[in-house]
Design a protein around this ligand. Structure first.
Ligand code: FUB
Ligand code: ZN
Length: 641
């Protein structure tokens, strides 16, 4: 299959429209609440002012070396949003930010606020740590999105000039720097720039950054020597930056988890576009390292706060889980690209898991507060007793309006504004439905086109109706049969179809002479399931996690009282689901009978004999919706017996 038959996700922004349901509500809240308050945060924290280049030593709000990325992600989100929802006021604000960014650009094309006002003359002196290429990548993504959403070229032209300049700086030519970014991001951005402009030079530059990474001699050794750095590099070494070996030789997903997922998104893009079998193999190997051994049941990744990083296989602590929201977003980006590289339902399964259970928890239901770290076990009493100096703003048991390091909030905004790109993927005349959500979609392919209407109450209800509203040619409609679903049922115009007969790589492939009005009915039964971890994940031994369909559940104090570790869900206890339209924006609740343990013996700290127990009704709510009521404890992995 030629890569030219794969439709770029960015081009689906306007072709797929969310019409109602949970994901549409997330997108609407993002537009009405998140984007405006993030603009105010960018303004009030000095980020927007920094673009005026007026900062001098001694002034407050010293520009940070990756502030540019915060504005960039917000602009990217605005670009996506404007593609589907006109908002002249928002567009005017964004245009003004773009005007300021354009003024930051230097004669030679360079554009970086920090190195223009804080450390002039030192550009590219610390490519390992200082995020210039990372900021450039985010700005490029912002420019492409703004161009695609509004048709305005100004930002895109600015970033093409910057990318052209970067291409003169990096490489193996005379006077060039044979380096690559310490924080990956520019690789995937250059691929988008290539696709938006058709200019191969941007793909070549992306390929250079991917290919050069981890090769010997290591340019960063030269750079560190020039900087006079002789200590052991912070966080251990080059594996923190995924630069310990060339990518094609790496065996495990390592280091900082946002870096890793951004890198691998770019690698997967390059593998597809350059038809590079070795890079494709590396993408799959590292994907499995992440998904099979280093991912929380939520889809969260990067278990350690120390370095925001992956640690070792099966090291997935719950109460100290870092699971940065940005890392889950990076996993969604990567999954979407794996689907284009090799359309297998298992990638969409992970994408769905990460989206609902690791990204959505990152933002409050009203779109105004954010989690940076996403714990799976919060004990309020322990948190209440912590001293302020023990509490970093990124590791809090309650969502915050903003963070000193504000990477997560605008990252949530850009994903929420672009959810349209994740519903479908397309290769040639095959349209893959990856996410079930009410939507309208239109695809053109060589020899035809198809318009699909999706109606469903998924993820709460198991029924999905897909109407082929208009059609020409012979498209194949590929419906994902989720890995969690054991007894899917399928019919076309009321005629049953045996799923196993049409199932390939996790999709039911439906090919026929479609007629406008054909109705596909898919039923994905969603019994409440108990999940168990393999024993190597020792923190989860003796516990179970509750899932229904794609939604992972948790216990919250608001429903069950404090002391969640004292609660037990016996193996045989029946669990039932019921939809409550008035709770947490409308969710399916799960209830069942359990026990609450009380102190053994006469109430001493330790005593022989089993604890006493009282029967209780347990109520589980979706993990993504936790923390939207009064502050309290929360628990994903519940004791069982
Ligand atoms: O370093 C830039 C961003 O800040 C990273 O992606 C996040 O993990 C946070 O450290
Ligand atoms: Zn973040």
């Amino acid at each position: 299959m030629k890569h030219s038959e794969v439709q770029a996700p960015e081009t689906m922004l306007q072709q797929v429209k969310l019409t109602c349901g949970l994901l549409k509500r997330v997108q609407d809240t993002n537009r009405t609440n998140t984007l405006p308050i993030e603009y105010e945060q960018l303004r009030d924290t000095g980020r927007l002012e920094s673009l005026k280049l007026g900062w001098k030593p001694g002034d407050p709000n010293r520009p940070h070396h990756f502030w540019d990325s915060d504005e960039a992600k917000w602009l990217e989100a605005v670009g996506y949003s404007l593609a589907n929802y006109s908002d002249p006021e928002l567009e005017a604000l964004a245009d003004a930010v773009i005007d300021d960014l354009a003024d930051v650009q230097q004669e030679d094309g360079y554009l970086n606020t920090y190195y223009t006002v804080v450390e002039p003359g030192k550009r590219w002196s610390n490519t390992r740590i200082m995020h210039e290429l990372y900021c450039a990548g985010h700005l490029i993504e912002g420019a492409v999105a703004y161009y695609q959403g509004t048709g305005k070229r100004k930002f895109l032209d600015v970033m093409c000039r910057y990318a052209d300049y970067i291409a003169t700086v990096f490489g193996h030519g005379e006077g060039q720097i044979p380096s690559y970014p310490g924080h990956e991001e520019i690789e995937l951005a250059l691929v988008k720039l290539y696709r938006a402009t058709g200019e191969e030079k941007y793909l070549d530059l992306a390929e250079y950054f991917v290919d050069e990474r981890g090769r010997q001699p290591h340019y960063w050794d030269v750079e560190r020597a020039a900087l006079g750095e002789t200590d052991t590099p912070r966080w251990g070494g080059s594996e923190y930056f995924q630069a310990h070996a060339p990518i094609v030789e790496q065996t495990d997903i390592e280091g900082h988890s946002v870096r890793a997922t951004y890198l691998m998104s770019g690698v997967t893009d390059v593998a597809l576009l350059q038809d590079d079998a070795e890079l494709a193999e590396a993408s799959k190997r590292l994907w499995h390292s992440m998904v099979d051994r280093r991912m929380y049941v939520t889809g969260g990744i990067g278990s350690s706060a120390n370095g925001e990083r992956f640690t070792s296989d099966y090291d997935l602590p719950n109460d100290t889980a870092y699971a940065e929201t940005c890392a889950a977003i990076g996993a969604v980006f990567w999954a979407r690209r794996m689907l284009d590289l090799d359309p297998r339902g298992e990638y969409a399964d992970v994408m769905e898991r990460c989206l609902y259970n690791a990204v959505l928890p990152g933002v409050s239901l009203d779109g105004k507060d954010f989690f940076y770290a996403n714990m799976l076990d919060v004990n309020k009493a322990v948190w209440d007793a912590k001293r302020p100096e023990e509490c970093h703003d990124s590791e809090q048991p309650q969502r915050q309006p903003w963070f000193g390091c504000a990477c997560c909030p605008p990252n949530v905004a850009r994903l929420a504004a672009s959810l349209n790109m994740y519903v479908y993927s397309r290769r040639g005349s095959t349209v893959y439905c990856n996410l079930y959500t009410p939507s309208e979609a239109e695809f053109r392919f060589e020899g035809g086109s198809v318009r699909l209407l999706q109606e469903t109450d998924y993820p709460w209800d198991e029924r999905i109706h897909l109407t082929v509203a208009e059609v020409s040619g012979s498209p194949t409609v590929a419906l994902r049969i989720p890995g969690w679903c054991r007894k899917p049922a399928l019919s076309i115009n009321g005629e049953n179809i045996k799923v196993s007969a049409v199932l390939a790589n996790g999709y039911a492939l439906l090919t026929r002479e479609w007629v406008a009005g054909d109705l596909i009915e898919l039923t994905l039964p969603m019994p409440v399931e108990r999940l168990y971890a393999r024993p190597e994940v020792w923190m989860d031994n003796g516990c179970t996690a509750i899932q229904r369909g794609p939604i992972l559940y948790c216990l919250e104090a608001a429903d069950n009282g404090e002391g969640l570790h004292a609660l037990v869900l016996p193996e045989g206890s029946a669990l039932s689901a019921s939809y409550d339209a008035d709770l947490l924006g409308g969710v399916a609740l799960i209830t069942g009978k359990g026990w609450r343990k009380t102190a053994p013996g006469n109430g001493t700290l330790y005593a022989p004999g089993a604890p006493n127990r009282q029967p209780v009704e347990l109520t589980f709510v979706p993990y993504y919706a936790w923390g939207n009521r009064a502050p309290g404890s929360m628990l994903v992995w519940v004791h069982t017996c």
